[in-house]
Design a protein around this ligand. Structure first.
Ligand SMILES: [Zn+2]
Length: 164
């Protein structure tokens, strides 16, 4: 691609500059991303974002998988901190709605763009860890498993179709 050209981030479909350094190579093609979040998502399930043999991928034909979760924080936060968390989370791709009350973060997001694991990592990065209580840890482990399985199945199905 030429300098100054733009393309779409294959994960969130935002316009990006191709001088951007967040890239990955797949089947001898260079892909450009708006963020590390989108690159990581892409690398986990490539066939959700790129089609094959003229058949569009789930993302390319506009699929959205909205999920609603409640994540429990290690401790309740003040309204001021809640506002800060909201604005940080809204910088992520695929986040549709956030409500925070005490130690509960209610969030709606598009699983094709963001996973619970990525949201937890973001919370931790900005200094608001999710609860390490055993029940919460187990609940999240189950959510991670369910999300991974759902994405793998969707990817496998679209990949299978592309070979017919
Ligand atoms: Zn993106």
């Amino acid at each position: 691609m030429k300098q100054g050209e733009t393309s779409l981030c294959p994960v969130c479909h935002m316009d990006i500059d191709n001088n951007n350094s967040i890239t990955t190579e797949y089947q001898s093609r260079i892909f450009y991303f708006c963020s590390e979040q989108c690159r990581d998502r892409f690398n986990m399930n490539v066939h959700l974002y790129i089609g094959g043999r003229g058949i569009p991928s789930p993302k390319q034909h506009g699929e959205i998988i909205l999920k609603r979760r409640t994540l429990k924080l290690e401790q309740p936060v003040t309204d001021e901190v809640a506002e800060k968390i909201k604005s940080e989370l809204h910088e992520m791709m695929g986040i549709k709605e956030i409500g925070i009350k005490g130690d509960r973060v209610n969030i709606i997001y598009d699983l094709l763009e963001a996973t619970t694991l990525q949201i937890e990592e973001k919370l931790e990065k900005i200094g608001n860890k999710v609860s390490s209580g055993l029940g919460e840890v187990l609940k999240r482990a189950f959510i991670h498993y369910v999300e991974e399985t759902a994405l793998d199945n969707l990817e496998h199905n679209s990949n299978t179709h592309s070979h017919h």
